[in-house]
Design a binder for this molecule. Structure first.
Ligand code: ZN
Length: 501
């Protein structure tokens, strides 16, 4: 059974699928696994006709942990301050929004409809106040759970609440003095301020290990995917589960642990180390369904090596194979191909209507304007009078990928250089010209014609084909020959050969 369907199989009634992130820096493609796993579970719930909601919690009450390399030294004074209380690096609004905004824009492109909810807003509107009150009232029991499950030694005056200092805004330096519902009295050892925090607003927050189950309780979360680092023994899921059951008297959400996405050759992505590609960047060089496909096809327990170079083309080939299988045009290579395709596709296209991405990658290197590119497409059967938005996006993506990520042996440009040919090469081309009249200008016929010519001459395909690459792109190899030549205008190829023999 498909992994998402297996998670959803035993669920009944209303579902709330929750995902989230701490927007402390650029949101990278590794983080996409969280939201896409959530989205796929959400779609699986909807397919099972369960009344479902899908939310994305932006953990903007989390404090800034340190001055990251991408921040100026002026951010030192904000360490310990909630992200929603720190100005944006571009001076426009909040720090948390600055990093969240491009991510949210990206979600639309990959067909994710999620309610984005600010955790600061949850505190501010009192949504979590009941959970805070319960946690503080049962703080001794929570301390015991933290000790028994995770080995924490919390002293007797520990509170599951971190007041935000009303003077310096830090939530990391306040010592709780006492609690009188709804106020938490504190002293800040950063600035010496003494004050009281109202639990009905964003005057403070719960520590993560308590906040997580408090959100399950307050919002009614039933399904939650989370990364491996939350899942080890004694991790925040274990303490969260115990707090949910013993303190809040609820069932914890159905968990789904997912492995990480590694960037091929670079390892685990971290915004703070610069080993990352932002989620926004990926939508510029990979077709949107491919990003979904990457997550949809891999079981969450498997880590993913994401290769934005040649690996991306292989991934796209794999997607196109599944798409063709879905439409009965190819044999499936995966038991779950139908579900994988349904979870990946952005738009329902008929497979024959779709233009192979490798073909687009070739065409954009031959034709540098949309008009001539459209001409070439029409010659190969594209029946529209203009390039539609879907294809236009694919073309932009192919161009961007070629510029920034494609390996050199995929890249080429047409040459008009004078190329010197030996007699053998001239004879291949001369014979090709002679036969071209009676050859359909389509990839199969061209391939067969060239293949027959070099076969008679006892020349290896590699050497024989390379003549054509040499005169057209000044390289020894290139895209599959028949299809490559057929992508070009027949007269262009004929004239080029005539000029050189
Ligand atoms: Zn203070």
């Amino acid at each position: 059974m498909y992994w998402a369907d297996a998670v959803v199989e035993n669920l009944n009634g209303k579902q709330l699928i929750s995902t989230g992130i701490s927007p402390s820096g650029p949101i990278h493609v590794g983080n996409m696994r969280e939201i896409l796993t959530g989205d796929i579970l959400y779609k699986a719930c909807l397919d099972k006709k369960l009344d479902s909601r899908f939310i994305y919690l932006c953990d903007d009450m989390d404090p800034l942990r340190k001055v990251y390399p991408f921040l100026g030294s002026e951010y030192a004074k904000y360490v310990g301050v909630p992200l929603s209380y720190i100005p944006s690096p571009d001076g426009n609004g909040k720090y948390s929004d600055y990093f969240l905004r491009p991510f949210v824009n990206t979600l639309g492109k990959i067909n994710i409809n999620v309610e984005v909810i600010s955790t600061t807003g949850l505190y501010h509107n009192g949504v979590l106040s009941n959970a805070i009150n319960i946690a503080i009232s049962k703080r001794k029991e929570i301390a015991e759970i933290m000790h028994d499950v995770a080995g924490y030694d919390l002293d007797g005056d520990w509170y599951p609440y971190e007041p935000r200092c009303s003077k310096c805004n830090k939530i990391t330096h306040s010592k709780v003095i006492k609690y009188e519902e709804p106020y938490v009295y504190y002293k800040c050892d950063n600035c010496g301020n003494e004050g009281r925090a109202d639990i009905r607003t964003d005057d403070g927050k719960m520590p993560w290990r308590v906040e997580w189950p408090a959100k399950w309780f307050s919002l009614g979360v039933t399904v939650e995917p989370f990364g491996k680092d939350h899942a080890a023994a004694g991790s925040s899921y274990d303490t969260g589960k115990a707090i949910a059951e013993k303190i809040y008297n609820i069932e914890p959400p159905a968990p789904l642990m997912y492995e990480r996405i590694m960037l091929k050759g670079l390892g685990v992505m971290h915004s703070s180390t610069g080993i990352s590609i932002s989620a926004e960047e990926v939508t510029k060089f990979a077709p949107p369904e491919i990003l979904r496909f990457l997550i949809a096809k891999n079981d969450p327990s498997r880590h993913i090596d994401f290769d934005p170079g040649l690996g991306l083309l292989h991934l796209i080939d794999d997607y196109e194979k599944i798409e063709n299988a879905y439409f009965g045009l190819d044999k499936p290579n995966n038991d779950n191909y139908k579900r994988i395709y349904e979870m990946s596709r952005i738009k329902t296209l008929n497979a024959p209507e779709k233009i192979n991405f490798r073909h687009i990658v070739t065409l954009v290197q031959i034709y540098h304007d949309r008009g001539s590119l459209l001409g070439a497409l029409k010659r190969s059967g594209y029946d529209k009078n203009e390039i539609d938005d879907y294809l236009d996006n694919e073309i932009n993506i192919a161009e961007y990928w070629l510029e920034k990520y494609a390996p050199d042996d995929i890249k080429f440009s047409l040459t008009d250089k004078k190329i010197l040919l030996n007699d053998n090469e001239k004879s291949i081309l001369t014979e090709f010209l002679g036969k071209i009249e009676s050859t359909n200008w389509d990839s199969g016929d061209i391939h067969n014609t060239v293949y027959n010519i070099i076969g008679e001459k006892k020349i290896s395909p590699k050497d024989g084909f390379s003549v054509f690459y040499k005169i057209l792109i000044d390289k020894t190899k290139g895209p599959r020959l028949g299809y490559f030549l057929s992508s070009m205008d027949k007269n262009y190829v004929i004239n080029r050969i005539k000029n050189l023999i």
